[in-house]
Design a protein around this ligand. Sequence first.
Ligand SMILES: Cc1cc2nc3c(=O)[nH]c(=O)nc-3n(C[C@H](O)[C@H](O)[C@H](O)COP(=O)(O)OP(=O)(O)OC[C@H]3O[C@@H](n4cnc5c(N)ncnc54)[C@H](O)[C@@H]3O)c2cc1C
Length: 468
Amino acid sequence: MSDDFDLVVIGAGPGGYVAAIRGAQLGLKVACIDKRDTLGGTCLNVGCMPSKALLHASHLFEEANHEFEKFGIKATGVKLDLAAMLAHKDNTVTGLTGGIAFLFKKHKIEWLKGTGRFTAKNKIEVALNDGGTRTLTAKNTIIATGSDVANLPGIEIDEKQIVSSTGALSLPKVPKHLVVIGGGVIGLELGSVWRRLGAEVTVVEFMDEVLPGMDGEVRKQFGRILKKQGMTLNLSSKVTEVKKSKSGVKVTFEPVKGGDAQTIDCDVVLVAVGRRPYTHGLGLETVGVAMDDRSRVKTGHDFSTNVPGIWAIGDVIAGPMLAHKAEDEGVACAENIAGLHGVVNHDIIPGVVYTSPEVASVGKTEEELKAAGVAYNVGKFPFLANSRAKANGQTEGFVKILADKTTDRVLGVHIIGADAGNMIAQAATAMEFGASAEDIALTCHAHPTETEAMKEAALAVHGRPIHI
Ligand SMILES: Cc1cc2nc3c(=O)[nH]c(=O)nc-3n(C[C@H](O)[C@H](O)[C@H](O)COP(=O)(O)OP(=O)(O)OC[C@H]3O[C@@H](n4cnc5c(N)ncnc54)[C@H](O)[C@@H]3O)c2cc1C
């Protein structure tokens, strides 16, 4: 067994495992190290996939209880079997992580289970999970160590009463009252899961609306939708104390601008205040890899660091912490290592919130365009006027297209709607091809589909939607 590799990847998340596969496709001898016993990183093990399995299952439960009737289906005695629902989630994870192991075998990628650390710029020592160490020599190394849960000072996550997203994926019973600290994507997705399963859910968010960073109009309307669904939102509020007691947890928060504090008694608190890049213990200081002011590895457009032969991708570098961004960077980085020209267009990375309705967005928000002094037109079309959405009883939300006032080029698309996560791909494709709103408006969209709302929004950019 040789310890010399063309490419060593540290971290087998969607960035790392994809880079390893692409590197192997390009003829490189590749090893991939991960300290987890299964491949797929945060995304497959404790992120995207288990959360989507629970979102889907809990959505079905809610539909069976509250929505079926309006379609003429009487479902009596619908009961939750939480253990079975969690087992479905676990089986999803097992199947998917096993799938990556199969791909590694197929591409002859050597998988090392252990923790990697640089001892020199081309040497990585791996503390193997089952004991002992192995030192690899690498012509190139990709740091793909991803991110870990962030916390607030003074809060101790025990993954029982005070949980991170990881604990919130496996609560053994439905909490009576769940307080979610942080109204971002992860907090709202997991908050939605437990609300649908019967928990009272209270969100405490520092900013003035949920989903910080998204388009302002989307944030406002989505906040209203969540409240209608029964979530309590405490916006512009900061948590000052989280204290465990015999009966549960007390969460104290106060208005950001100052004012009276409030205390809520609950049985579980989910801390969902973001994630931080995972660079701890990698020996980056030993080899002199430069970091930015937010402890992320600094890279150029080609994903090289300041140290020749060391590259970085995914959550550990700048940009949105999203699996598909990490994957695309993995492909591009492996191609650059192999002497090709891998590129990622960071201006067009879609983002999706998998609640019901979904929220999806790509490109610039109105706020960003205003701040940059770009003149734009807005075209908006509500799902209330879309025939398929009406037939499906899913009329909440809208499609909003922002197009350059002079050139009509599409600069941003923002959707709230049942199928927003799938629909945003069309917008991303159009934008990659430099489409104008007119291009989308002139494209024939199948009827009846929700995508017709995209066409109508594009028509609305020019003041001529048909169905409104
Ligand atoms: C609850 C939740 C839901 C999410 N949902 C979505 C979603 O729907 N869509 C989406 O796009 N994104 C989602 N994300 C974000 C997504 O999971 C991340 O953006 C993505 O996993 C980043 O990929 P990565 O390869 O950079 O790192 P990671 O997936 O974090 O993988 C890094 C791997 O490196 C390993 N590692 C770290 N240090 C070392 C070391 N020294 N030696 C060996 N191994 C090491 C870690 O154990 C980990 O397995 C979600 C995240 C969470 C927490």
